[in-house]
Design a protein around this ligand. Structure first.
Ligand code: ISC
Length: 421
């Protein structure tokens, strides 16, 4: 592994070749630090670190975009597959807040196994010694599928903002909203636990991918989860996003469930909360796109809840990479609020913890700058000391009710709490 500071070996040699018979990507990832990006069985898994770039502070996105342009410019890519996600690819996860102590990273694995439609491929990455062009590191071996390690379970307990304190924080946010120009604030709470040492994290990823197939199941540098929200996806000049805000629990039976979805789609409180999130995405994507269009809000069914969702699509006109777009869009009103600065100030006052990478962008970028980025939701960070911290948040508007927001946060925790249980 080499870091950004060792620029002598930043040039990478990449070889992507087609392969047959990849069935489950996950078996190719590493047990303790799996790299994974997957939806509906497609995506890729990585092992090893050929290059790790670290960033922090308010310029973390622009620094990452600049560093990535340099890496992509120097890379020697041989890609006989030529699909999104082949050739040079970095997995990334970014801190939510400008002052977060969490490191934001771009990681180029040594080996990637990918699948899209009927195509499967392997990408091998080696670092090139800039002095003589030889391989400074090389991983010529074939990807190895390994069986899952032993079963384990994690019991979560309240973290730094326990349920009662969360409800007080929601009430306080409502007061802020009526007394200031803030109109929406997204407040989160946390749960903490410990994974038994040596746990195979691919087990929880497999359950997430199976239970939430329409979500992005991700794992990058210990940040793992299954997010339904696409912050931005760029592919060959087209840009898309799926904006989510506004939530209701699933009904107990088919009729109740239908009624819940219908009343969510008419709820003025949820439509207002949703509208702020859509506006923030349109406003930040607008300058980079032409023909930016959005669907009407619709109800999106997930196994644990309903969301209000809006799909956005446009044509890129300024050559921005997906990381440039991430830099422009983060944080959307789905995870911060409206207006952004006022909301962030209230979040800092009411949330007693650093969100880390929760609610930050997580995804991948390729050599052309194309990529897919989700908002890290329904997720947990597993650290080297085996601690695990999960987060869930709720959009608070003028008529939010604390007990209802607490109930909503419980539903949002379900995917993570259940797969670790
Ligand atoms: C902040 C979270 O969800 C956001 C995304 C969808 C719906 C949301 C809501 O209804 O509050 C949140 O804005 C979270 O899951 O932690």
């Amino acid at each position: 592994m080499v870091t950004a500071t060792e620029s002598r070996v930043r040039a990478l040699r990449i070889e992507t070749t087609p392969v047959d018979g990849i069935r489950s990507l996950l078996f190719f990832a590493e047990q303790r630090s799996p790299l994974l990006w997957m939806r509906r069985g497609e995506g890729f898994a990585g092992a090893g670190e050929a290059l790790r770039l670290e960033f922090s502070g308010p310029t973390r996105f622009t620094d990452a975009a600049a560093a990535w342009a340099e890496v992509a410019g120097l890379a020697q890519v041989h890609d006989s597959v030529g699909l999104p996600g082949t050739g040079l690819v970095a997995f990334g996860t970014f801190g939510f807040a400008d002052d977060s102590s969490a490191t934001s990273v771009l990681i180029v694995p040594e080996i990637i196994v990918g699948r899209r439609g009927s195509h499967s491929w392997v990408t091998r990455v080696s670092a090139v010694d800039a002095a003589d062009g030889s391989d400074a590191s090389a991983r010529a071996d074939d990807p190895v599928a390994t069986a899952f390690g032993d079963d384990y379970r994690v019991t979560f307990r309240p973290g730094e903002l326990p349920p009662a304190a969360f409800m007080e924080a929601v009430a306080s946010a409502v007061r802020h909203i009526s007394a200031s120009d803030a109109r929406k604030v997204v407040l989160a709470r946390d749960l903490v636990g410990t994974v038994p040492s040596g746990s195979d994290l691919r087990r929880v990823l497999a359950e997430l991918a199976l239970g939430y197939p329409d979500c992005w199941t991700f794992s990058v540098d210990g940040m793992l989860g299954s997010s339904p929200e696409t912050l931005v996806r760029s592919e060959a000049g087209t840009v898309s996003a799926r904006v989510l805000a506004g939530t209701a629990p699933r009904g107990r039976d088919a009729v109740t469930d239908e009624n819940v979805a219908a009343s969510l789609s008419r709820s003025q409180k949820d439509l207002a909360e949703h509208g702020f999130a859509v506006q923030s995405v349109l406003a930040t994507l607008g300058p980079h796109t032409t023909r930016l269009q959005n669907s009407q809000p619709f109800t999106l069914q997930l196994p644990n809840l309903w969301h209000l969702a809006t799909d956005v699509e446009g044509v890129l006109h300024d050559g921005s990479t997906s990381l440039d777009l991430v830099a422009a869009m983060h944080p959307t009103a789905a995870v911060a609020g409206t207006p952004t600065d006022a909301a962030l100030t209230i979040i800092r006052e009411l949330e007693p913890f650093d969100r880390g990478r929760y609610a930050g962008p997580v995804g991948w970028i390729d050599a052309h700058g194309d990529g897919e980025w989700a908002i890290a939701l329904r997720c947990a960070q597993v650290d080297a000391d085996d601690s695990v911290r999960a987060y869930a948040g709720c959009g608070i508007v003028a008529d939010s009710v604390p007990a209802e927001e607490l109930a909503e946060s419980r539903i949002k925790f379900r995917p993570i709490v259940e797969v670790f249980a």
